[in-house]
Structures are given as C-alpha cells and as structure tokens.
Design a binder for this molecule. Structure first.
Ligand code: NAD
Ligand code: SER
Length: 316
C-alpha cells in the first residue's frame, strides 16, 4: 500500500467504527497526523494515542475553523444516526445524516481537500431490490429514514464529485461486528449482543427471528476495506455514489450454532420487535463484484473465524 503523508480528521471517532479506524489510521499515517473528533468525551481506547478535539459536525463554522487550523487534507465522516434509533426520531436522523454530509462536502469544495470518506449502508436497499446477491446497480427504494438519508447522501457524493471534483469515496457497509467500542443503535447490533450475552449468561433473547439472513462483516475487514478504498488510485474508482461491500451472510440461528461450538450450553430464544420489519426490507446477501474488480476487494473473515476471535477477545 502506498501511504502518502496526510493530515486526517475523523468525525465521529468515538463510535463503533471510529475508535478502530482512528487507531489504524494513526498506525499508518502517524499519531499526530490523525485528529479524532466527536461530540462525546474521548473514548478510553483513544486516550493518549493522538490529538482529540471536541466538535459538533452540525456547526459548520466551527468545523471549517478546525479544518483550516489543523491543515486538514482528508476527512472521514462517521457521525450519523443509525437505523433503529433513526426510526424512533426520523426528523433528527434526516437532519443529522444529511446536514453533516453537506457541511463536510461544502468545506471540502471550498478548501480543496484531497479526499473525503463517508459510509453508506446496505440500508439503501428496500423491499423492491433483489434480496439475494443484491447488485451494485438495481432498484433502490429504501423504507427507513436511515436508508433514505444514506441514498440521498450517495447522490450528493456523486454530485460533488461530478460538479466540483471533490474526491469523495464511499462503501455500503453491511452490519459490522466488533468488540472494542459499543454499537450505536443499528438493526444488526444483535450480532454483537449475542456474543456478550453468550459469555455472560449463556443465554440470549434475539430481537430478530431465527431465519433472518443479513449481510455482515467483521470489523477488521471493514477497516481494511475503508483504507484500501481510500488508498486506491483515483482512476480505479468507477463508483462515485457508494460501493457494495460483502463478506458473509448469516441468520441468528447460524450465529447461535457457531457460538455453540465453543459454548455448548448456549441457549438462544427469539422475540422479534420493530427491528424485524427493518431487517425484512434489507438484502440477505450482497454482490460486491464491482469493488472486487475496481480495487481488488477480498474479505478475510467468515462466520466461524469471527466467532473464535470475538469470543477470545471478549473473554480477555
Ligand atoms: P456510532 O453511532 O457508533 O458512532 C457515531 C459517532 O458519531 C458517535 O460517537 C457519536 O457521538 C458521533 N456523533 C453523532 N452526532 C455527532 C455530531 N453532531 N458531531 C460529531 N459527532 C457526532 O456509529 P458507527 O457504527 O460507528 O457508524 C459510523 C458510520 O458508518 C455511520 O455513517 C453509519 O451509518 C455507517 N454504518 C455503520 C454500520 C455498522 O454496522 N456499524 C453499517 C453501515 C453503515
Ligand atoms: N448496521 C447498520 C444498522 O443496522 C446498517 O447500516 O443500522
């Protein structure tokens, strides 16, 4: 990988992805070249690892000053309201998810920043999209406010690239599973809770039904995909909305069986709630052949490898 010295700002650095992405960016680019920022207090795992600035991405003036003052060249925008939380407050989810992106894109245009990263989601797809091996280009009619905001965001990314030359890159992450920083209110969060509860109580009541298949990915693969996309040569990036990205697909029953190989007495029950309807509207698996062809994307972790690593690290 050809890593050029850059000055990077991570917005939403204390969230589930932010903590691990900031840590990896600091390893690659040098601690002082990666500024972490968030609304929240600095995450324990980031303390002492590099600069931290408290910043509300909705305050465009403050963000603009921060970017100029620190000579920022790249922004990773991770602040957002996720699917389940978004359905409880649709107006807020739309406002935060859209305005944060527009603030960053406008500043990127004005200050001629070199690269922007903004994640989209499998949530852009809705019940009218093909549910298996969902293609890169297909019918997109999301039914959650989160999905609507991600789809609109994708259109804005392509617009800023086409009209203003802003080099913004994006991935449609599947559900992400990790143990370092808690998830932020998504429909796929069951696949994290299940490991924690399996170790703690040997018992978990899942809020999705046993045969609900969703696309998923282990966090180390997601972090690697993000940085590989951002470091790919500009001419290789043919998708300026957001790339489909895939690693594995499983149901609650299958993740339960994978855990039971290590904890045979693990007991899994199901009590679907409002998140079932969200999950039912999303793909069961994703076709990411465009990402594979453009910048050689290849996942590493499958379900059993992830289970072993999650249980090992959560125990520790
Ligand atoms: P998260 O909720 O864990 O983290 C988001 C962070 O943004 C939080 O630390 C929060 O304090 C911060 N934030 C919220 N509002 C802010 C504001 N106004 N100013 C500054 N910071 C603010 O979310 P995550 O799981 O880390 O997701 C990051 C991005 O990836 C989001 O855009 C999300 O939609 C996308 N994504 C995540 C997943 C997943 O499974 N985690 C899947 C698909 C897409
Ligand atoms: N994991 C996310 C969610 O469930 C998908 O974007 O909201």
């Amino acid at each position: 990988m050809n890593i050029v010295k850059e000055k990077i700002l991570v917005i939403g650095a204390c969230g589930q992805i932010g903590v691990e992405l900031t840590t990896e960016l600091r390893r690659l680019f040098g601690s002082n070249n990666v500024i972490a920022s968030d609304l929240r207090d600095e995450h324990e795992l980031l303390k002492g690892t590099g600069p931290y600035v408290s910043c509300d991405v909705m305050n465009k003036e403050m963000l603009h000053v921060l970017i100029i003052r620190h000579n920022i060249t790249q922004v990773y925008l991770l602040a957002a309201i996720l699917s389940a939380t978004g359905e409880k407050n649709p107006g807020l989810a739309w406002h935060i998810n859209m305005q944060s992106l527009l603030n960053v894109l406008e500043i990127a245009k004005e200050e001629k920043l070199t690269k922007i990263y903004w994640p989209s989601s499998i949530a852009v797809f809705g019940p009218t999209s093909p549910r298996e091996h969902t293609p890169q280009h297909t019918i997109i009619e999301p039914t959650t406010v989160y999905g609507i905001s991600k789809y609109a965001g994708e259109r804005w990314c392509e617009y800023y690239f086409t009209h203003y030359g802003v080099d913004v890159r994006s991935l449609r992450y599947p559900g992400l599973i990790s143990y370092k920083s808690a998830p932020g209110g998504g429909t796929t969060d069951y696949a994290i809770e299940i490991y924690i509860q399996a170790l703690r109580d040997k018992d978990y009541q899942c809020f999705l039904s046993e045969e609900t298949y969703l696309p998923m990915m282990y966090m180390p693969d997601a972090i690697r995909a993000t940085i590989e996309l951002m470091e790919a040569p500009k001419e290789k990036i043919t998708v300026r909305s957001s790339y489909n990205l895939s690693a594995m697909s499983f149901s609650p029953k299958e993740i339960g069986q994978s855990i039971a190989k290590h904890i045979p007495e693990f007991h899994l029950t199901y009590k679907p709630d409002f998140r079932q309807q969200i999950a039912n509207s999303w793909p069961m698996s994703i076709d990411d052949s465009t990402a594979q062809a453009d910048w050689n994307w290849k996942p590493h972790f499958d379900l059993d490898m992830m289970t072993e690593d999650m249980l090992h690290n959560l125990k520790a």
